[in-house]
Design a protein around this ligand. Structure first.
Ligand code: GLU
Length: 494
C-alpha cells in the first residue's frame, strides 16, 4: 500500500452508453475517495477515435450526476492536473513515448500494415500466437531516428523483455506471474500520433498522481504490460484493483448487445440513462450495483453515506457477479420507502405531469403516503394513482358489477352509496366509513360487493390504495360525480 494522499480516477472511454459496470467502477472509486478523504477524478479516455461516440461524454457526466457520484476534478470542472480529456494531452504522450525510446524500453517500428497482416496470417497458419516478430526492435537507434526525421510512418512499440517473468500484483488476486516470452511488443504510440490505452492511462495515472487504480478485469490480460511500462519509467506503481466481471442473469457469460436491448422490454436496463425513465431511483441503483463484487451481506439497504462508512477495499471480491434484476426491484422499493413524503412527492410529480394530469401539490402530499408502500419503481405511481388527479375515470362496465349480482342490483348499490355520501359533511374516513359499513349490514350485500363496486366506480380500477383514504383525497365533488356516472352506466346495462 502507498502512503501518498489518496487520488483515484474513473476513466471511461466515450464509446457508448454508461452501463452498470462503469457505474460500479465509478462508485467504488468514489467510496474509496470519500472514505479516505482523498480525491476522485473523472478522466475521459477518448483516444480511440474509431470507437468514439459523440455525446457519450455528456451521457457519462449526466449519469454520474444523476447517481450523485460527484467528482473533484474532471473535464467539465477542471482541476490542477487539467486537461482531463486525453485527446487534449497528445503532446504529453508523444514526449513520454520518446522518453521510453531514450531509455531503450521502446522503439520506433516502421513495419507496414501489409507486412503485419502477412505476418499474422503466417502465424495463424502455423498455429502460433499472433504477435510482432521484432523486426524493428534491434534497428540501430541512429538509423531509426533518421528514418523518423525523414517522415517515414512509424509506431512506437514497447520493448518487452524476452526472458524471465513479470510479476504483477493485483490487490484482490495477489501476484500474477506471467512468462515474458508470451508477451508482445505492444504499440504505445500509433502512426497517427495517438497513444494507445497502454501508454496514455499509465502516463496520466502518473501525472495525475493516482494512487489506486480500480478498473474492469478486462484489463487483466494486459496488466503485465502496464506494470512493465510503469516500471520502465521508474515510477511508483499504483495499487491495482481489478473488479469482478458482471455475468448475465443466468450466470453464463457476459451480456451481449442484443440481450441488453431485450431487457428493456421487461422494464430493466443495464444502461444508467434508461434507469431514470424506468422509474428507478439513484439510491436503489447504487445499492444494487454496490453489492455486485462487494462482500457485504447481500440484502443490506445502504445509502451512499452508509456505503462510505462501510467501504473497505479488502472486502471487494474478485469472483464474477450475475446481474439480478429482482434485486434491483428489491433495493429500489426499499429506498423509495425510506424517502420523506416531500421528497417522494417531488420525484413522482413529473410522471403525473407527463401524463397530462393536473397535479395539486397539497393533494399530492396526501397521495404519497397512500402510494409509497406500493411502488417498486416511481412510474408505478401512475398505475396505482393516476385516478387521484384525472378529471374522470373510465371503469370497465363489467367490472362495476360485483360477483353474484345483476347490473340492476349494482345500480341500486351505486345510487344508495351516492345518497349516503351526499349526506355526509365531507369525505374524511370518519364520516364516510361508518355509514357505508352500516349500509353493508342492512343491505344484505357483502363488504366485497359494495366496497368493490365503489372502488371501481371512484378509482376506475380493481386494485387501489385504501378506499376511504383515497376518497378523502379525491374529494367530494369527484367522488359523487364518479358514483353517479357508475350508476348511469349500470342502469343502462340493466
Ligand atoms: N478507458 C478504459 C475503459 O473504459 C479505462 C480503464 C481504466 O480504468 O483504466 O475501459
Amino acid at each position: 500500500m502507498t502512503d501518498r494522499p489518496v487520488r483515484v480516477r474513473f476513466a471511461p472511454s466515450p464509446t457508448g452508453h454508461l452501463h452498470i459496470g462503469g457505474a460500479r467502477t465509478a462508485l467504488f472509486n468514489y467510496l474509496f475517495a470519500r472514505k479516505t478523504g482523498g480525491q476522485f477524478i473523472l478522466r475521459i479516455e477518448d483516444t480511440d477515435r474509431k470507437r468514439f461516440v459523440p455525446g457519450a461524454e455528456q451521457e457519462i457526466i449526466e449519469g454520474l450526476r444523476w447517481l450523485g457520484l460527484e467528482y473533484d476534478e474532471g473535464p467539465d470542472i477542471g482541476g490542477p492536473y487539467r486537461p482531463y480529456r486525453q485527446t487534449e494531452r497528445l503532446e504529453i504522450y508523444r514526449q513520454r513515448a520518446w522518453e521510453l525510446v531514450e531509455r531503450s524500453a521502446a522503439y520506433p517500428c516502421f513495419c507496414t500494415p501489409e507486412r503485419l497482416e502477412k505476418l499474422r496470417q503466417e502465424q495463424m497458419r502455423n498455429k502460433q500466437q499472433a504477435r510482432y516478430d521484432g523486426l524493428c526492435r534491434d534497428l540501430d537507434p541512429d538509423v531509426a531516428a533518421r528514418r523518423v526525421a525523414q517522415g517515414e510512418r512509424y509506431v512506437i512499440r514497447f520493448k518487452m523483455p524476452r526472458h524471465g517473468v513479470t510479476i504483477a500484483r493485483d490487490h484482490l488476486r495477489g501476484e500474477i506471474v506471467t512468462e515474458n516470452q508470451y508477451l508482445d511488443d505492444y504499440v504505445l504510440l500509433k502512426s497517427d500520433g495517438f497513444p494507445t490505452y497502454h501508454l496514455a492511462a499509465m502516463v496520466d495515472d502518473h501525472e495525475m498522481k493516482i494512487t489506486h487504480v480500480f478498473r474492469g478485469s478486462e484489463w487483466l490480460s494486459t496488466f503485465p504490460l502496464h506494470v512493465q511500462v510503469v516500471r520502465a519509467f521508474g515510477w511508483e506503481e499504483p495499487v491495482w484493483i481489478h473488479l469482478s466481471v458482471f455475468l448475465k442473469p443466468s450466470g453464463k457469460g457476459k451480456m451481449s448487445k442484443r440481450e441488453s436491448a431485450e431487457t428493456l422490454k421487461d422494464g430493466y436496463s443495464i444502461f444508467v440513462k434508461d434507469m431514470k425513465e424506468l422509474g428507478f431511483i439513484p439510491e436503489g441503483v447504487l445499492n444494487w450495483i454496490s453489492l455486485m463484487g462487494w462482500g457485504v451481506p447481500e440484502d443490506d439497504v445502504m445509502t451512499l453515506e452508509k456505503m462510505i462508512e462501510r467501504f473497505e477495499i479488502d472486502s471487494l471480491t474478485p469472483s464474477p457477479a450475475a446481474i439480478n434484476f429482482q434485486k434491483l426491484d428489491h433495493f429500489n422499493r426499499a429506498h423509495i420507502r425510506r424517502l420523506s413524503t416531500e421528497d417522494l412527492a417531488r420525484r413522482i410529480k413529473p410522471y403525473f405531469l407527463a401524463h397530462n394530469l393536473a397535479v395539486d401539490d397539497d393533494q399530492l402530499l396526501r397521495v404519497v403516503p397512500l402510494l409509497r408502500e406500493r411502488l417498486v419503481t416511481l412510474d408505478d405511481c401512475l398505475a396505482f394513482g393516476a385516478f387521484f388527479f384525472s378529471e374522470t375515470v373510465e371503469p370497465a362496465p363489467e367490472e362495476l358489477i360485483p360477483k353474484g349480482l345483476s347490473a340492476q342490483q349494482a345500480a341500486q348499490i351505486a345510487r344508495r352509496v351516492y345518497a349516503i355520501l351526499e349526506a355526509v359533511p365531507d369525505m374524511e374516513p370518519v364520516h364516510t366509513e361508518p355509514p357505508l359499513r352500516a349500509y353493508v349490514e342492512e343491505s344484505g350485500f357483502n363488504v366485497n360487493q359494495v366496497f368493490g363496486l365503489v372502488r371501481v366506480a371512484v378509482t376506475g380500477q380493481r386494485v387501489s390504495p385504501p378506499l376511504f383514504e383515497s376518497m378523502a383525497v379525491i374529494g367530494r365533488e369527484k367522488v359523487l360525480e364518479r358514483l353517479k356516472r357508475a350508476g348511469d352506466i349500470l342502469e343502462s346495462m340493466s
